[in-house]
Design a binder for this molecule. Structure first.
Ligand code: OOB
Length: 513
């Protein structure tokens, strides 16, 4: 699962891995920036039970330590897994740093996940606890002790004193893969590798203690977490504003009030912001950089950012498994609007192979480097195909490399739908559909969509009477899957087109719509 010793030694010698843990990093930040703002949350207007808060670096550390002591008192130990599903509130980061301090591993679920996903994460990771927003969530993980935001335990941090903390090379948490298989894969990220990725990202994004980062996407996703995200902002001594939702109605007043300098969005939201900016009464002039990533941002839309929002665009092409590419802030506009950037690290190895496995400037993207995993957690069989023998990760993305060394995402070879940045593994949805008694076979594919980039279409072969589409939607909802995975369209067919070797030809299915 880990990097070979000689490679790890090389990453240390190059200064990428500094032998630091999250706990050590926060202590160091408190000594430098103690009373400066770290996390700002506007609260929910009209809901006094969700008040606005401003935590300094010291507040964050003190609260995380008290929580770590409380969790220790509840039995959470080093190496334990804890499924964390929280909205964009400072409590999310308090929980992260508390678990990091104990050496327990957060397993980052998304707010949209429901019982099917949460119960799987809890069971597969043998989670010691499930930290969730409220009582309604308890039912998602019947066998796991649930702790709601309102009942986070506190203890005397003195109990932590004698405890051995995690090592820098230890796993810090498990991140979710976008996935292309029946069950989501878990990504083990270490203190060393992750801290390098967001520190270097903060540098690329030119963050300083005077920067203000707006976290509008779900905080648990890799993009707003570390590219540079809230962790990158913290590492630079900068404040982060946690938006309860990404709408212009919520975010524009926050940008004005908190003088936000950088924000991150997926392409459909960037379009909504561009449209709303034309008539907003809010002053957005503090915004210097809008990052867009998670799915392909069209060149036409990209060209609108500077004239209509008055800030620079930065394209971000990354993956929870590791590799992140950025256009740089001083790149010529032509590169910024037409490419998805270049890697963070001089030691990110990029391999582009054509269908015959020959090196090329167009084809399958494989990568290896100081913050790209060498294997998913507890997935030996899948790892044999997802990684090459010499440790390259097969991203499943089809890319082109420009003469300047920038990557352009041209398509995808993996069986996944990218619905405006939300990743859907076709096989996972197909398996849920196959559980319906009237469905004989199911094939889920992406269809182009002007707003989301892609939507999902389920092609179905039925036995007996054809079920109503509304009934299928209700069936999937009742199976407890996240709403974004429920297909946008259902098409009933008698047979699936086949490839020469007799497999379902998803390419031909996609061309039907
Ligand atoms: C980010 O991470 P994931 O793990 O949700 O998804 C990774 C996949 C990539 O393999 C690629 O297929 C797609 O999402 N993707 C893009 C893209 N950024 C991600 N496709 C086209 N253009 C882009 N700019 O999505 C993620 C992680 C860190 C930073 C940014 C995004």
């Amino acid at each position: 699962m880990h990097w070979p010793d000689d490679v790890a030694a090389r990453y240390r010698a190059a200064g990428y891995w500094r032998g630091e843990t999250f706990g050590g990093m926060l202590r160091d930040l408190v000594s430098r920036y103690g009373s400066r703002p770290a996390l700002i949350s506007p609260g929910t207007p009209g809901a006094p039970e969700v008040p606005g808060v401003r935590w300094s670096f010291r507040d964050l550390q003190e609260r995380a330590d008290r929580l770590a002591a409380g969790l220790y008192g509840s039995g959470v130990r080093r190496g334990d897994r804890v499924v964390v599903q929280l909205p964009n509130v400072p409590g999310f980061h308090q929980v992260c740093f508390a678990l990091f301090r104990l050496g327990a591993w957060p397993v980052f679920a998304l707010p949209a996940h429901r019982s099917a996903e949460i119960s799987y994460f809890c069971e597969f990771t043998e989670a010691a606890a499930y930290i969730c927003p409220d009582d309604a969530h308890r039912a998602y993980a019947p066998g796991t002790p649930a702790i709601t935001l309102g009942e986070l335990p506190e203890g005397d941090p003195a109990v932590l004193d004698g405890l051995p903390g995690p090592e820098p090379s230890d796993v810090a948490f498990l991140q979710l893969s976008g996935g292309s298989t029946g069950l989501p894969k878990l990504i083990p990220r270490t203190h060393d590798d992750y801290i390098y990725s967001f520190r270097a990202s903060a540098e690329i994004c030119e963050l300083t203690p005077d920067s203000v980062y707006l976290c509008a996407l779900p905080a648990a996703h890799n993009f707003p977490m570390s590219s540079p995200g809230v962790f990158g902002a913290l590492s630079a001594g900068a404040a982060s504003v946690l938006a309860p939702d990404p709408s212009p109605g919520t975010c524009f007043p926050l940008i004005e009030r908190e003088r936000v300098t950088i924000a991150a969005l997926v392409p459909p939201l960037a379009l909504v912001w561009l449209d709303a900016a034309a008539s907003t009464p809010h002053d957005l002039s503090s915004l210097r950089v809008l990052q867009v990533g998670g799915a392909k941002f069209s060149e036409e839309a990209a060209k609108r950012v500077r004239p209509e929002l008055g800030c620079a665009l930065q394209q971000v092409f990354g993956m929870a498994e590791g590799l992140v590419n950025y256009t740089r802030l001083d790149d010529p506009e032509g590169i910024v609007v037409s490419t998805q950037g270049r890697p963070i690290s001089p030691d990110d190895e990029i391999l582009i192979l054509d269908d015959e496995g020959r090196e090329s400037d167009y084809g399958h993207l494989l990568t290896r480097g100081p913050y790209t995993i060498r294997g998913y957690w507890r997935a030996d069989e899948h790892n044999r195909t997802a990684f090459t023998e010499d440790g390259f990760y097969r991203t499943g993305d089809i890319v082109r490399r420009t003469p300047e060394g920038y990557l352009v995402v041209e398509g995808r070879a993996k069986d996944q739908i990218n619905r405006g940045g939300e990743k859907i593994a076709a096989e996972e949805v197909e398996n849920h559909l196959l559980a319906h008694p009237a469905i004989h076979d199911a094939s889920v594919v992406a269809v182009p969509d002007a707003y989301l980039g892609e939507r999902t279409c389920a092609y179905l072969i039925c036995r007996g009477e054809t079920p109503k589409k509304s009934e299928l939607r209700a069936f999937l909802r009742d199976r407890g899957i996240a709403a974004f995975k429920i297909p946008d369209m259902f098409e009933f067919v008698d047979a699936f087109p086949q490839t020469a070797v007799g497999k379902v030809s998803k390419r031909h299915l996609r061309e039907r719509t």
